[in-house]
Design a protein around this ligand. Structure first.
Ligand code: FE2
Length: 286
């Protein structure tokens, strides 16, 4: 496809780096090319952006209606922006999103796009990993696909609930103010295990060790062998890419088709990103 900017694939199956595009001055052609590239690659890294919070909000709005996440405190002066921050003196703390997940997948209509802009980066570490849930689905055997296709999987936001599942050996991070103790977050909600990625028409696995509790109609113990197999399967190296952040990077991903995690390996350094979230959609069975 002839694009109005340069697209360099990252992984064998997904992810791309975009250069030659200014997110501040996107024209109609640029916007439609960007949406096409996003539908195909599902994770995009836009280099050399350095957007202000206002500019990030304006750019995000081009992709759809802004979404305000529950339980996470936004910036005081920008209610649509969250600071993802870890201070240099926050040592041995649990961080935000440090194991595989799709953002807020336990909600009835989980958010669709997540957008992160790098503001301050550690000199090493602090990478973000992604797994391609479309490629992971495609690679399963026909027999396993037949077994999984009709299933629903239960998601819970228990980490925000009254049964807080935090690592007791570690402190809680200060930089992202996540509130807990919400009884409604403990509720389990069933979503299709195989989800439609609308922009491409592809099928994607939709489960994660952060929010998925069990398969619908089964106990956690009964579900565990299948879910553990899927978690190991989608995290195989051939389905993953790793974002080594550079100053000015604006990263965007589609929660319908990928899962991600933030590596917490940069104790002693400050790391600050601004996050916006766009759209929400009830997961549709593929
Ligand atoms: Fe996340």
């Amino acid at each position: 496809m002839n694009m109005s900017f340069d697209v360099s694939p990252i992984g064998a199956t997904f992810g791309a780096i975009i250069t030659g595009l200014d997110a501040r001055s996107l024209d109609d052609r640029g916007e439609s090319d960007l949406k096409a590239a996003f539908a195909e690659h599902r994770v995009l890294v836009l280099r050399d952006q350095n957007l202000s919070a206002d500019e990030q909000v304006a750019f995000s709005r081009r992709l759809g209606p802004l979404y305000r996440m529950p339980y996470v405190k936004p910036l005081d002066d920008h209610p649509d922006v969250i600071a993802v921050l870890k201070e240099a003196d926050e040592i041995n703390v649990s961080t935000f999103g440090s194991w595989w997940h799709a953002d807020f997948s336990y909600l009835e209509e989980p958010p669709v796009f997540s957008i992160l802009q790098a503001l301050e980066l550690p000199p090493k570490g602090g990478d973000t990993l992604f797994a391609d849930m479309c490629a992971a689905w495609d690679a399963l055997s026909d027999g396993m696909k037949r077994l999984l296709a009709p299933l629903k999987v239960m998601h819970s936001g228990h980490i925000y609930g009254t049964r807080l599942a935090s690592d007791g050996s570690k402190g809680r991070m200060r930089g992202v103010q996540v509130s807990t103790g919400h009884a409604e977050a403990d509720v389990e909600r069933a979503h299709p295990l195989v989800r439609l990625h609308r922009p491409s028409g592809r099928k994607a696995l939709f489960c994660s060790p952060t929010y998925t509790t069990r398969l619908e109609g089964m106990t956690a113990e009964e579900s565990q062998p299948i879910l553990s197999m899927l978690y190991d399967h989608f995290a195989r190296p051939e389905f993953t890419i790793r974002q080594r952040w550079q100053d000015g990077d604006l990263l965007m991903w589609d929660n319908r088709a990928v899962v991600h995690l933030a590596v917490n390996d940069y104790d002693g350094y400050r790391r600050l990103l601004h996050r916006t979230t766009v759209g929400s959609e009830r997961p549709v069975a593929a």
